[in-house]
Design a protein around this ligand. Structure first.
Ligand code: SF4
Ligand code: SF4
Length: 363
């Protein structure tokens, strides 16, 4: 790997110019509606400078952060998931013509997209989503096209939220693989590493100096402190057998009495991939649009199979979510489905905390 280089904050416009010059549209973090969102971005001024967050169970709010930093926050409600696997997308449509039907498949779009500010937890989640959408017997053409055009500029987390626990799952706060470029922010700029030939090509356009040993050590020290600052953890990285042995634990009913079955936790989770197929037919029978949209194991239809509701209540639905995420995911993917991003804790309207629930179930 080429040596680490140093990108002063003042040189960020050149990075943006190199990306657009290489044909990439850019998506990056911005402070909007009191949260950090990923949205199209044209210039470094639009990054969330001087922004941090206060976060706890059921609570997330932006607060003032260090003025000279644009990544002094951990993550927003979105991960990479909506960019690669949109909440809703049309797959095909059928039109009645003459005596038959014409089927039109929605062809995948092949665009080049650079995403700035991807966190280590979201890279780990992306790896799981890749396995689900690309590595099975049938690769998903829409996901594959978007994935092929994706350039990932990761930013190592120096300001984890109070809800983060990626250090305990082994997925953060430092991005170790699956990125094209990785940045670690300091007060005056970034220590920069390339992780792929595409990333190296972009960095080569910037003519950056090598990072000094002091800059590299400062970055490493911030990451060590970030990992040490995380207080939450799961009881173990493999809860498969212990959770599956507790399917009748009274805690399932206790959590069901608080849980609203709203599905926020599955919507913000970067590894959840369940979706439903939707058919919208015109009343006159001339046309039908077939789409897919995100589904949630907390919804009615998820457990409805051939006339029978398999998970009639919140207790069964919460148990399905937690035991899939932390237990049977090991059978599917050889690891837990949780990358420690903490989103489900912050965006649960009643503050249900996956780390607390797992610990209570193991008692
Ligand atoms: S289960 Fe919660 S903490 Fe774990 S990856 Fe999903 S949203 Fe993040
Ligand atoms: S655990 Fe929280 S976010 Fe998830 S469905 Fe229940 S109330 Fe909604």
């Amino acid at each position: 790997m080429p040596p680490a280089r140093y990108l002063p904050h003042s040189a960020l416009p050149q990075l943006f110019d190199s990306l657009t010059g290489d044909g990439y549209a850019i998506v990056g973090p911005q402070a909007r509606d009191k949260r950090i969102v990923h949205a199209p971005i044209n210039a470094p001024e639009d990054l969330p400078w001087g922004t941090s967050h206060a976060r706890s169970s059921g609570f997330s709010q932006l607060v003032d952060g260090p003025k000279n930093r644009c990544f002094a926050w951990a993550n927003g409600p979105q991960a990479l998931k909506p960019l690669l696997f949109p909440p809703r997308e049309a797959l095909w449509q059928i039109n009645r013509e003459n005596d038959g039907f014409v089927v039109e498949i929605v062809e995948p779009t092949h665009n080049r997209l650079a995403v700035i500010g991807v966190r280590a937890c979201d890279l780990a989640a992306l790896h799981i989503q890749d396995r689900h959408f690309l590595n099975g017997p049938h690769s998903d053409p829409q996901y594959a096209a978007r994935r092929e055009g994706l350039l990932i500029i990761a930013v190592n987390c120096t300001h984890p939220a109070e809800t983060c626990f990626c250090a305990s799952t082994g997925d953060g706060p430092e991005a170790k693989e699956n990125f094209d470029i990785a940045l670690t922010e300091g007060d005056e700029g970034f220590v920069v590493e390339s992780g792929s030939p595409a990333g190296e090509r972009i960095l080569a356009m910037l003519s950056l100096d090598e990072a000094s040993s002091e800059q590299i050590e400062d970055a490493a020290s911030e990451l060590r402190n970030a990992a040490a600052s995380q207080k939450r953890s799961l009881p173990s990285n493999n809860l498969r057998d212990s959770l599956m042995a507790r399917l009748d634990h009274p805690r399932w009913q206790e959590v069901a009495e608080r849980c609203l079955s709203c599905g926020n936790c599955t919507a913000v989770c970067p590894t959840c991939f369940c979706h439903a197929e939707i058919e919208e037919a015109s009343l006159d029978g001339s046309h039908s649009l077939h789409s897919r949209e995100w589904d949630s194991c907390f919804g009615e239809r998820h457990g409805y199979i051939h006339g029978k509701q398999l998970r009639p209540g919140t207790k069964q639905r919460y148990r399905q979510w937690l035991t899939h995420k932390l237990a049977t995911w090991h059978d599917q993917f050889g690891r837990s489905g949780c990358v420690g991003c903490g989103r489900c804790i912050a965006w649960c309207p009643v503050g249900i905390d996956i780390t607390e629930e797992a610990a209570a179930l193991l008692k």
